[in-house]
Design a protein around this ligand. Structure first.
Ligand SMILES: NC(=O)c1ccc[n+]([C@@H]2O[C@H](COP(=O)([O-])OP(=O)(O)OC[C@H]3O[C@@H](n4cnc5c(N)ncnc54)[C@H](OP(=O)(O)O)[C@@H]3O)[C@@H](O)[C@H]2O)c1
Length: 303
């Protein structure tokens, strides 16, 4: 069983965790800080980021904590965050693309949009992270042993990329669009692994999914919708446990590029294990098409 206690000493490592002020991201940042890493909490809300920073620092771990303001719903702000980070840092060992929104449920009946007009879940969960990863890639490549961990979800299994509707102009279904965004995250992770391997860069691209956790991700669901979700997937875990697949991908010597790690019990609960990727995640044509499209619209080309 791989637990938080399995994390090796992270002293000397610099890590960015997006969406680190709450939920799975907070627990991921906390565990890495306790293990000695210099952790950058990349958050969109300054007050929430400072609150998380205070809570983590109070635990007097071995590491260091820093705040970076990052709003993934605006590609210009993604560039601003990356530029600020690159000016201040000479290494980046791990980038954890954790932040996410789930605009499903009755509280979010219409499509929210990013600054560039993309459907919010696709724009934040996938496109913002695609651009962020590309902007930071040169530093990752220059840092020995660097890894990129991208979070997906069991929802990817029912996802499909609708290239004709990425701004939700034709139709909108929050749940369908969430699944699309989480499939896009897996395609990003696997396609990046393919591209890195092809050119021989010493960087690992690994996917993780946290299973079913009680976090603020559920904030747009009504009580009834939440109850229905629990009936479907079973009891929710506490987010410290949901953070373990991300942590495993970020630090374990056994984690491999191109893989997905998830909780062992059906993907919903338990301790990290290697997942079997389904066909839609391994679709090379879809991965290439999405990658080429994302490079085109963001203007960020890598690896
Ligand atoms: N919870 C689950 O059961 C579950 C299941 C499968 C996958 N996941 C995935 O796990 C990851 C973490 O989710 P969670 O459950 O911990 O959710 P959460 O508690 O809602 O945390 C999400 C984090 O993402 C941040 N975020 C949202 N929009 C952002 C933006 N535009 N720019 C920057 N940060 C933004 C949030 O910031 P604010 O606090 O300011 O909103 C928050 O820090 C997500 O990728 C999610 O899809 C979760």
């Amino acid at each position: 069983m791989w637990t938080k206690e399995s994390i090796p000493d992270q002293t000397g490592k610099t890590v960015i965790v997006t969406g680190a002020n709450t939920g799975v991201g907070y627990e991921t940042a906390l565990a890495l800080y306790e293990a000695g890493a210099h952790v950058v909490l990349a958050c969109r809300d300054t007050d929430k980021a400072e609150g998380a920073c205070t809570r983590i620092s109070a635990l007097l771990g071995k590491g260091k904590i820093e705040i970076g303001i990052l709003d993934l719903s605006d590609l210009d702000l993604v560039t601003q965050f990356a530029d600020t980070f690159l000016q201040a840092h000479t290494k980046l060992h791990v980038l954890i693309n954790n932040a996410g929104v789930m605009n499903t449920g009755i509280a979010a009946p219409v499509a929210a949009k990013t600054a560039q007009g993309y459907e919010a879940q696709f724009g934040v969960n996938f496109l913002g992270h695609f651009a962020l990863t590309g902007r930071l890639y040169p530093l990752l490549k220059a840092t020995p042993g660097a890894r990129i961990v991208t979070l997906s979800s069991m929802a990817y299994l029912r996802g499909a990329i609708d290239f004709d509707n990425l701004r939700s102009e034709n139709s909108y279904d929050g749940s369908r669009e969430y699944a699309q965004s989480k499939l896009a995250d897996i395609l990003l992770s696997v396609e990046l692994h393919r591209r890195i391997t092809a050119i021989g860069d010493p960087v690992l691209s690994i996917a993780a999914q946290p299973g079913a956790n009680r976090t603020e991700l559920l904030r747009h669901m009504s009580g009834e919708e939440l109850a229905a979700a629990i009936t479907r997937v079973g009891q929710l875990m506490d987010p410290w446990q949901g953070a373990l697949p991300s942590l495993y991908a970020a630090v374990s010597d056994d984690a491999r590029g191109g893989n997905l790690y998830e909780p062992h019990d059906g993907g919903y609960r338990g301790y990290p294990t290697l997942a079997t990727l389904k066909e839609n995640a391994l679709d090379e044509a879809a991965g290439k098409k999405l990658w080429d499209w994302a490079e085109e619209v963001t203007g960020v080309r890598y690896p």
